[in-house]
Write a protein that binds this ligand. Structure first.
Ligand code: B12
Length: 313
């Protein structure tokens, strides 16, 4: 077992192999538990043991398998800490997700819709719909985007993957019957935003939870979006923004909707996750899709006094 580079800069091989004990030590600071991968060495002069930090691991609740250098992942003391802190399970789940992502990635690149559906069906017991979208599909699509950006994937391959991903979401959406009675939700993007896989994913999850969904994405003129909202009278509007450059278009859309209706608005998507100083006059959500139902409830609870819907004013 070769020592990791961080450790080998502090200690030499003999240190580790002879009088060493490697384990994870945790410390509570203001109620939060932080962890350190440490190496305990016996100090013969002082007749006591000293701990040298191999790596600061961060918050215990955030530790994943990647936090721990490979060389130390199988050390019994390390594993005991992971088991006692319930991290072992989390790590096994993460390993499983990585495995599914690899398979799913290849299927999307090959345009193999049937295979992609098979993978979902195989793993849907442990990964229900919203988790499959958040932990598999979304991450794979982000990876495809990065590979395309770094010129490691042809644009045509990226298009095949995103078209297959869209068909995948559509197929799963068609399995849920569209509710005619549930709360009404309009999903849209700001004008200029053509990314709408996120909208289709939202539709799939919301429809599966019994909401009546009107997905008008992608890009429409803002007047058309507002007129549609005034016609349908939804209980909530979801806006998805992917490109940072569309955040100002999103702001304009929010103000236009707010000038005509008091419908609660939530905004999400990649641009919102990466947003720094911008402020949006709407609920901003970066949560997992699991909490989308409670998001709708919060939106409706916080709803302002209704303004009359008036298409002409
Ligand atoms: C597929 C894709 C395309 C497809 C889109 C097809 C389609 N119908 O959507 C096509 C080929 C058309 C395309 C075009 C472009 N793209 Co593009 N594209 C992507 C890619 C690879 C995947 C996007 C995606 O589908 N993600 C998966 C979905 C499921 O994730 P999501 O949208 O984030 O949604 C999740 C959550 O955020 C949440 N959510 C989303 N919205 C909302 C809203 C609410 C209210 C809530 C609660 C939750 C929520 O729900 C989902 C949960 O799983 C990304 C890579 C990336 N990192 O995103 C690049 C990417 C977004 N594209 C990029 C670029 C540059 C472009 C182009 C400008 C390229 C060009 N030169 O033409 C154009 C712009 C088009 C336009 N004007 O909109 C860049 C953007 C860089 C930036 N940060 O601004 C990216 C990041 C690629 C990269 N790494 O550089 N693209």
């Amino acid at each position: 077992m070769a020592p990791c580079r961080i450790l080998s800069t502090i200690l030499n091989n003999d240190d580790i192999l002879s009088n060493s004990l490697v384990y994870i030590r945790s410390k509570k600071i203001k109620g939060i538990e932080y962890a350190y991968l440490v190496h305990s060495v016996w100090d013969e002069k002082l007749n006591t043991s000293r701990q040298k930090t191999i790596k600061y691991l961060g918050k215990v609740s955030h530790i994943s398998i990647d936090s721990i250098p490979k060389e130390f992942q199988d050390i019994p003391n390390v594993r005991t800490f992971l088991v006692n802190h319930n991290i072992e399970n989390k790590i096994n789940v993460q390993k499983e997700h990585t495995k599914i992502r690899k398979i799913f990635f290849n299927l999307l690149i090959d345009g193999n819709l049937e295979g992609a559906i098979d993978v979902y069906d195989t793993y849907s017991k442990s990964l229900h719909l919203s988790n499959f979208y958040d932990y598999i599909l979304k991450i794979v699509m982000y990876e495809i985007g990065d590979l395309w950006k770094n010129k490691k994937l042809e644009i045509a391959q990226e298009h095949v993957a995103s078209n297959t991903a869209n068909s995948f979401v559509k197929t799963l959406t068609e399995r849920t019957s569209a509710s005619q009675q549930g709360c009404k939700i309009v999903i849209c993007t700001p004008e200029g935003e053509w990314h709408n896989l996120g909208c289709n994913v939202l539709q799939s999850v919301l429809q599966n939870k019994g909401f009546k969904v009107f997905n008008i994405s992608p890009s429409l003129p803002h007047d058309s979006v507002v007129n549609y909202i005034l016609d349908v009278k939804p209980d909530a509007v979801f806006i998805s923004v992917t490109l940072a450059e569309n955040l100002s278009s999103c702001k304009r859309l929010i103000h236009k909707i707010e000038s005509k209706s008091s419908v609660p608005i939530a905004v999400g998507g990649l641009a919102v996750k990466e947003m720094k100083d911008q402020k949006l006059d709407a609920i901003v959500s970066t949560d997992d899709l699991d909490s989308v139902s409670s998001l709708v409830k919060t939106m409706m609870k916080n709803q302002k006094k209704p303004k009359p819907y008036n298409k002409k004013s």
